[in-house]
Design a protein around this ligand. Structure first.
Ligand code: GAR
Length: 191
């Protein structure tokens, strides 16, 4: 992760209740000194940082990140506000889900909220999807629609999206962890 970690905070809070059926085994980031790492430490969850700049190539970084993650043996990797593209060596080892602040396939990339606002859509939202080799192109698991209101700027719209996004992410990750999932021809079925 790289952001303020509110999606992570929602997952940590949910996972604190045994009936959620999933635990957060570790939290990683590509840089130090971010809110998400502090939130994880406060919750007593192990943390790690693997920085792109510490490796000779993106491919080496990707492989190193995969090794660190593998040591925690996760069932699922959740990318929440993680703004780096994960490579093949990582993705072939773990099912990774990403949460994106738009209704994919509209507004892929790092500026989804701004792009939706500039386009003038009246409805946007958030998407939880499985990460594949493309940028926000993997199979969709869940989506939630959020209205754009007159007078919205990027911050007000993103806050409204994040409120809906957190609930959807917590619910989706919990269902996947409890019930398992299958992907056939891009269709994701939980259970
Ligand atoms: C979330 O809205 C997430 O969808 C977005 O960053 C925010 C992180 O918020 N991710 C992307 O834009 C990825 N392209 P958080 O740090 O408060 O969880």
């Amino acid at each position: 992760m790289s952001g303020s970690g509110t999606n992570l905070a929602a997952l940590l809070e949910a996972a604190a209740d045994p009936s959620y059926g999933a635990t957060v085994v570790a939290v990683g980031a590509d840089r130090d000194d971010i809110e998400g790492l502090r939130r994880a430490e406060q919750a007593g969850v192990p943390t790690f940082v693997v920085k792109v700049g510490d490796y000779p190539s993106r491919d080496d970084w990707d492989a190193a990140l995969a090794e660190v993650v593998a040591a925690h043996d996760p069932t699922l990797v959740v990318s929440a506000g993680f703004m780096k593209i994960l490579g093949k060596r990582f993705l072939e080892r773990f099912t990774t889900v990403n949460t994106h602040p738009a209704l994919l396939p509209s507004f892929v990339g790092a500026h989804a909220v701004r792009d939706a606002l500039e386009y003038g859509v009246k409805l946007t939202g958030a998407t939880v999807h499985i990460v594949d080799a493309g940028v926000d192109t993997g199979p969709v698991i869940a989506q939630i629609a959020v209205p754009v209101e007159a007078g919205d700027d990027e911050d007000t719209l993103h806050e409204r999206i994040k409120n809906a996004e957190r609930t959807m992410l917590v619910e989706t990750v919990g269902r996947m962890a409890r019930d398992g999932w299958q992907v056939t021809d891009r269709k994701v079925i939980i259970g």
